[in-house]
Design a binder for this molecule. Structure first.
Ligand SMILES: Cc1ncc(COP(=O)(O)O)c(C=O)c1O
Length: 444
């Protein structure tokens, strides 16, 4: 792209955000780059948030944004939903954390297991990272095998073994196919050796790799909807093929539904009729509070059972199943009825179609991926099917679109992806489409 157009968007952003700029300068003194969270930083500096309400978010400079970022898709009922505020106020008055179980955790566990037939039993944690970490741990303990298999471009949290080939730059990619590439320097080489990396949506290559390493692979961890690829749903034959292969080879299949759980009452697995052995959850089920959960087959989850002479895998966590998170999460699960998902998903389908029409009318090479209430935008004229086809898109255009939309009062994820919430209206979707048209006209 013409980088002067990106710079113009940066200039407009700076002119609208003097207070954020000052806060960033102050933040730099005490935090590296002024930041504590990867996806909350963008150049030249992020807009500092003052408050959120419904589907709107307000920065310290008084700018108002339609929020399609909704804390990385987690705020499925928007900001400060009255029912959630009420539930957490009531819970806070009764105490925010106990060192013993509460009935709430049974209620929440029952709701999750009823929604997800593959989940016989579940445990709570505080992040999606902990959920995938524990799922992998039990797969290794159960199978007695060390290696894990994941897909190139797949993000499953920030722990060590999944920090392989997550966002490898183009110059590090082996043209012959995915290899294990450490995400950061200093990662012990033994980590990459334990991770088999496969191409998403490519059943033939994945099968070859799984068969070659079958006696060492404990689990395949994957998202049925690849979040980092613009919420790209896996081809159904591919997803079914991986399920059949893992069953045949005695490999545990872990579905990371930290994000895709929002596409239906039981997540993508129920929508598409595929039962993994274990599932990792997070984000939406916490109602806006830190959360993770992992669960699945009883014979696997029994390894965490402390009641029969001690757990095979001890799993501690000061804030596991804390009542604040559970009180908020319970409201979400109660409110998200099948009708609610139908509405969200049909609004999402409509938005993606209309976004694509904007690009087509403006004759810009772009494609809109996604499923249900999730969408991702790529500036490319090829079909996005995996990490490499996504990476070949114009990443500067994505940055320009993100900043341009901010300048128009719309907040997306930095990679130009987003999600709807139950408080998103048709008027909001009209507004994002108008903003999209204006920005694309400016930057194309
Ligand atoms: C698919 C997926 N898995 C796991 C995680 C990790 O969740 P958390 O940020 O709560 O640790 C994320 C977070 O973005 C995610 O998108």
């Amino acid at each position: 792209m013409d980088l002067s157009k990106l710079n113009e968007e940066v200039g407009t952003f700076i002119s609208k955000t003097p207070k954020s700029k000052k806060l960033q300068e102050r933040a730099r003194f005490f935090m590296p780059g002024g930041s504590s969270r990867g996806t909350a930083y963008y150049d030249p500096y992020p807009a500092f948030i003052d408050r959120g309400l419904g589907n709107q978010i307000f920065d310290v400079d008084g700018n108002q944004y339609l929020d399609y970022m909704i804390n990385a898709t987690s705020l499925i009922m928007g900001h400060a939903h009255p029912l959630i505020v009420d539930a957490i106020n009531q819970q806070a008055a009764k105490g925010t954390a106990y060192s013993g179980p509460s009935e709430l955790q049974i209620v929440m566990a029952e709701m999750l297991c009823k929604r997800i037939p593959s989940m016989d039993s579940v445990r709570f944690a505080n992040s999606g990272t902990e959920a995938t970490l524990n799922a992998i741990r039990v797969a290794r303990a159960y199978t007695g095998r060390h290696k894990i298999a994941k897909f190139e471009g797949g993000y499953h949290g920030s722990h060590e073994y999944v920090s392989v080939s997550v966002r490898p730059p183009a110059w590090k990619l082996d043209p012959n196919g995915p290899t294990s590439i450490p995400e950061f320097p200093g990662q012990p080489p033994s980590v990459s050796r334990e991770v088999i990396v496969m191409p998403y949506n490519d059943l033939v290559k994945s099968e070859e790799l799984l068969r070659r390493h079958k006696s060492d692979i404990s689990c395949v961890i994957m998202e049925p909807v690849a979040s980092a690829l613009g919420y790209l749903p896996g081809n159904i034959e591919f997803l079914k093929g991986i399920r059949e292969l893992t069953l045949e080879l005695g490999i545990i299949l872990i579905y990371d539904e930290v994000q895709s759980f929002r596409i239906g009452p039981g997540g993508a697995q129920v929508e598409w009729g595929i039962n993994p052995d274990l599932t990792a959850l997070g984000k939406t089920i916490g109602g806006g509070f830190p959360v993770g959960a992992f669960g699945g087959r009883m014979d696997l989850m029994e390894m965490f059972d402390p009641s029969q002479g001690g757990a095979t895998i001890p799993h501690a966590g000061t804030f596991n199943a804390n009542p604040m998170t559970l009180a908020a999460g319970k409201v979400v699960l109660e409110q998200l009825t099948p009708e609610c998902y139908d509405r969200l998903n049909s609004m999402g389908n409509d938005l993606r179609m209309r976004m694509q029409t904007v690009f087509d009318e403006l004759e810009v090479s772009a494609c809109v991926t996604g499923v249900g209430s999730l969408f991702g935008i790529h500036f490319t004229n090829e079909r996005v099917v995996d990490y490499r086809s996504m990476l070949r898109g114009d990443q500067d255009m994505r940055k320009a679109l993100f900043l341009g939309l901010l300048n128009e009062g719309v907040l997306l994820q930095i990679v130009s992806a987003g999600a709807l919430s139950t408080v998103t209206t048709d008027q909001d979707n009209d507004a994002i489409l108008n903003a999209l048209r204006s920005v694309v006209e400016r930057i194309k």
